[in-house]
Design a protein around this ligand. Structure first.
Ligand SMILES: Cc1cc2nc3c(=O)[nH]c(=O)nc-3n(C[C@H](O)[C@H](O)[C@H](O)COP(=O)(O)OP(=O)(O)OC[C@H]3O[C@@H](n4cnc5c(N)ncnc54)[C@H](O)[C@@H]3O)c2cc1C
Length: 464
């Protein structure tokens, strides 16, 4: 509304009010909390996406919804996802809903009520985030957990229904920046108006865009596993964990265990994070079960009991990428883990990829001809590097906040979370799901609104 008035030469309502220099949301009422409906795309582009992971598929859906012709090239002969559960936070569900995913997701998502932080040795609740009704009501979008395979299938089906072509067993070996194309292992080459590389943590395209920092070990690894809920339900000492669909996270010295149920309550998902800076190529997966049990010896006996029920696990390196200074070269752009691999401690890696895809489609919807693609990419890149870089930082911080050894820092942290566990008002919390400022920044964020704002700012700058 404000922008339309500016275009007609009238001052926008509230335009005399400058954003304060201090952190404040007092002027949020002036900005639309939902973006204006997507403008129909002025120019229909031929777009190649490399990688059919969660990021590549979400991007394909966003671009195809805007009217572009999208083909995904995926190296794997079959589609699939490693690991069991994944959280879909409100900043992502809001966008997925707009992309028409609700009917594809509704039967397989679970909406947890709370996130409980528990003391490592006793399981006592030391931090508590109320997701229902707070997140739905405050951020107008639910917070879900889901089986990764279900999430992936939902995205794939939606993409195909929108006319996206997915080519499997199609490994990209080279990128051609000058001709905006790719070379496939088969020897075929393909050109397009734009190439989006969503090729994950081991991205080849990342080196093309910025020949600098690659993926780094974080010093942490995670065991990923599921437990049959029937076994948990049969044991009265731990069956309470299934009474409500909640997230529970035990935190202690350098380690934590995140748990929640997925698959309509049929499977208990666990991610067990622990320190390990050794080379993953030297890991022996055959001893992973006993290694995992040893890592959590002395922890809450109820947690150890559940760990004892795990029949198989994989040990996974937790890597992250130093924030890059560019995500684009020519008409080639990287996004998702390729651009911003991060520790999974904010549960936001895939959510950032969904935001990336939606933001890219939104930025491209502003251009009138293919010559303007680089400009749309530069606005996309600026907005997304800032957001994803901050989420990487927040994830790293959780890796410190959750992992204090018992002592003064741990006691101060736990004391600061006490009000939220008692349902009392609080102004700050070391639990970043609860901390009011972090919560607003993480979950209220609307990738489309932010792109619109960046374009408006750019237009004002050009008019000066
Ligand atoms: C333990 C753990 C827990 C997590 N929990 C959460 C969570 O709760 N919430 C959340 O939002 N995120 C979470 N994440 C992060 C999330 O899993 C990732 O951020 C997300 O899956 C990245 O998606 P992507 O599409 O960018 O990359 P990927 O999923 O890695 O997909 C890349 C795709 O590109 C393909 N590819 C690669 N190279 C080529 C090539 N040369 N040619 C063709 N195809 C190619 C690959 O085969 C693959 O299919 C977690 C991560 C971990 C490790």
């Amino acid at each position: 509304m404000a922008i339309q008035n500016e275009v007609r030469g009238e001052p926008a309502p509230g335009s005399s009010l400058k954003n304060p220099t201090y952190p404040s949301n007092c002027l949020t009422f002036l900005n639309p909390s939902t973006p204006t409906p997507a403008q129909s795309t002025h120019v229909r582009l031929k777009i190649i996406i490399v990688g059919a992971g969660l990021g590549g598929l979400a991007t394909a859906i966003a671009l195809a919804s805007s009217g572009h012709t999208v083909t995904i090239y995926e190296q794997a002969p079959e589609l699939g996802e490693v690991g069991a559960g994944i959280q879909i936070p409100s900043n992502s569900t809001r966008l997925l809903s707009r992309l028409g995913l609700d009917p594809y997701l509704e039967k397989c998502v679970t909406e947890p009520e709370t996130i409980s932080f528990r003391r490592w040795e006793s399981g006592r609740v030391i931090g508590l985030t109320q997701l229902i009704p707070n997140f739905r009501e405050t951020y107008r979008a639910p917070y879900y957990v889901i089986h990764r395979a279900n999430f992936h299938t939902a995205l794939y089906r939606r993409a195909v229904d929108l006319g996206v072509t997915v080519k499997l067993a199609a490994r990209v070996t080279e990128y051609d920046v000058a001709r905006t194309g790719i070379l496939l292992e088969s020897g075929d080459s393909v050109q397009a108006d734009l190439v989006v590389a969503a090729d994950g943590v081991k991205s080849v395209a990342r080196q093309l865009v910025e020949n600098g920092p690659a993926i780094e070990q974080t010093g942490f690894a995670a065991y990923r596993a599921t437990v049959d809920v029937a076994r948990i339900r049969a044991d009265p000492e731990i069956s309470w964990l299934l009474e409500r669909p909640n997230l529970n996270i035990w935190i202690g010295d350098q380690r934590h265990v995140m748990t929640y149920t997925i698959g309509a309550g049929k499977s208990f998902n666990m991610v067990l994070s622990h320190p390990d800076d050794t080379d993953p190529s030297t890991w022996d997966q055959t001893t992973a079960l006993s290694d995992m049990q040893r890592e959590f010896q002395g922890w809450d006996t109820r947690l150890q009991k559940i760990i004892g029920m795990i029949e198989k696990t994989i040990k996974w390196p937790l890597v992250s990428c130093t924030p890059l200074t560019r995500w684009t070269t020519g008409r080639i752009v990287i996004l998702g883990d390729a651009a911003h691999a991060m520790l999974p401690y904010m549960s936001q890696g895939a959510a950032m990829a969904v935001e990336d895809g939606v933001a890219l489609a939104r930025s491209l919807s502003r251009i009138n001809n293919a010559q303007d693609i680089p400009h749309a990419l530069s606005i996309f890149e600026k907005v997304r590097m800032d957001r994803a870089g901050k989420m990487q930082e927040a994830s790293l911080l959780n890796g410190k906040l959750w992992h204090f050894a018992d002592g003064p820092l741990q006691r101060a942290r736990d004391k600061a979370m006490e009000p939220e566990t008692r349902g009392e008002p609080f102004s700050h919390s070391p639990n970043q799901w609860s901390d009011p400022a972090t919560q607003m920044w993480a979950y209220h964020y609307d990738a489309e609104v932010e792109i619109d704002r960046a374009w408006e700012k750019d237009a004002r700058r050009c008019c000066l």
